[in-house]
Design a protein around this ligand. Structure first.
Ligand code: ADP
Ligand code: MG
Length: 344
């Protein structure tokens, strides 16, 4: 019996090599060229490595903007994390089957957007999957729940049962044992919010990357955006392709990020809500969209839908592009993205 567990390096790699301030300053004729600084810092939040790159007119603005980005992510972790018992979502989960729980407008909006994502992906994306995610516990216990256990969980993972009262500002889970889990969308949302705080702090451009959930704004000096490398799902050190992002978010869901193997079968962390087993259609799904919340929600939902229905959905949506690697390693690229990809 082989047992192996790995937390890979990120599925997406931001190709910005400036860990210290880089300055492009000077005068051209009588026109002074504005000074630009680029800095990059990393911290651990939301259980993952968060990297913030900032483009700004001076280093002190850059420092303030970077801190504003990290502070926003820390704030959201307190609101949304389900492994902190004092978070708003944990309170909603704790009262399942008992009472509606009043939450902030922000938490309500995130849950509403998550339900829209569920609708869009025909339930492929499902924030009610909490009990099943817990039963698998892919990272810590590497357990394979038996059929009886999965059968017991089935009535508890129905996202259409989630009750939202927008006027009262409450969320109600009507059955005891139901649990919301925003692990499939929360990091993309956090990247969006952090970018807003960085802009308010005076940054002219930047990237917020929560591991494989990335949001960019503005451009790097002398570039048209921010170059990002997309990792090959089966070759750890090689890139599938490169893409330059401008005012866009990118997210990858992969079966190689959190998984274990037993008797030659790979068990990973993206579950198919129909079977409550790891989804089997894809090795990786990368989505590019305007918002991180859309890119992150769709990467998980489309991973579940599988390569054909998933790509058909992407082609129907505006401002959404995708690279899907199916379970045999075949790569499909959406029509609006093909001309933008570069060979690594
Ligand atoms: P990450 O970037 O952390 O790998 P993903 O966007 O790939 O996150 O989503 C995976 C996480 O989403 C899982 O760890 C779990 O918490 C949750 N999840 C698993 N399956 C689904 C699903 N079908 N719909 C929504 N969330 C899911
Ligand atoms: Mg996701």
């Amino acid at each position: 019996m082989a047992l192996d567990i790995r937390k890979s390096c990120s599925s997406l790699i931001i190709l910005v090599r400036c860990f210290v301030v880089v300055v492009a300053a000077g005068c051209v004729g009588t026109h002074s060229v504005p000074q630009v600084t680029v800095s990059k810092r990393a911290q651990m939040h939301m259980g993952t490595l968060v990297t913030i790159t900032v483009v700004s007119s001076d280093s002190s603005t850059g420092n303030v903007a970077t801190q504003a980005g990290f502070d926003e992510i820390k704030r959201l972790e307190q609101l949304l994390s389900t492994w902190r018992s004092d978070s708003e979502l944990s309170r909603v989960n704790a009262e399942a089957g008992r009472f509606p729980v009043k939450v902030s407008q922000e938490t309500l909006d995130l849950v509403v957007r998550s339900l829209e994502m569920a609708q869009l992906t025909h339930g492929g994306f499902n924030i009610a999957l909490g009990p099943a995610v817990e039963a698998w516990n892919v990272m810590d216990q590497q357990q394979i729940p038996n059929d009886k256990e999965l059968q017991r969980l089935r009535p508890l993972v129905n996202w259409t049962h989630i009750r939202i009262d927008k006027e009262a500002g409450t969320i109600f889970l009507p059955h005891e044992g139901m649990r919301l889990d925003v692990g499939g969308i929360g990091k993309g949302y956090a990247a969006d919010r952090a970018v807003e705080k960085m802009k308010q702090a005076g940054a002219t451009g930047g990237v917020v990357a929560l591991s494989g959930d990335i949001k960019t704004f503005g451009v790097l000096p002398d570039r048209k955006g921010f170059p990002v490398g997309i990792r090959h799902p089966r070759q750890e050190d090689s890139l599938l392709t490169l893409v330059e992002l401008k005012e866009e978010a990118i997210s990858t869901a992969g079966d190689y990020e959190r998984f274990f193997e037993r008797d030659g079968v790979r068990y990973h962390h993206i579950l198919d809500p129909q079977t409550l087993l790891p989804a089997r259609g894809c090795q990786s799904v990368t989505i590019i969209a305007k918002e991180g919340i859309v890119a992150d929600g769709l990467d998980t939902g489309i991973f579940v839908l599988g390569p054909e229905s998933g790509m058909a959905l992407v082609e129907r949506l505006s401002d959404v592009e995708a690279i899907i690697v199916d379970n045999e390693g075949k790569i499909t690229v959406s029509s609006g993205l093909r001309h933008r990809l570069r060979v690594p």
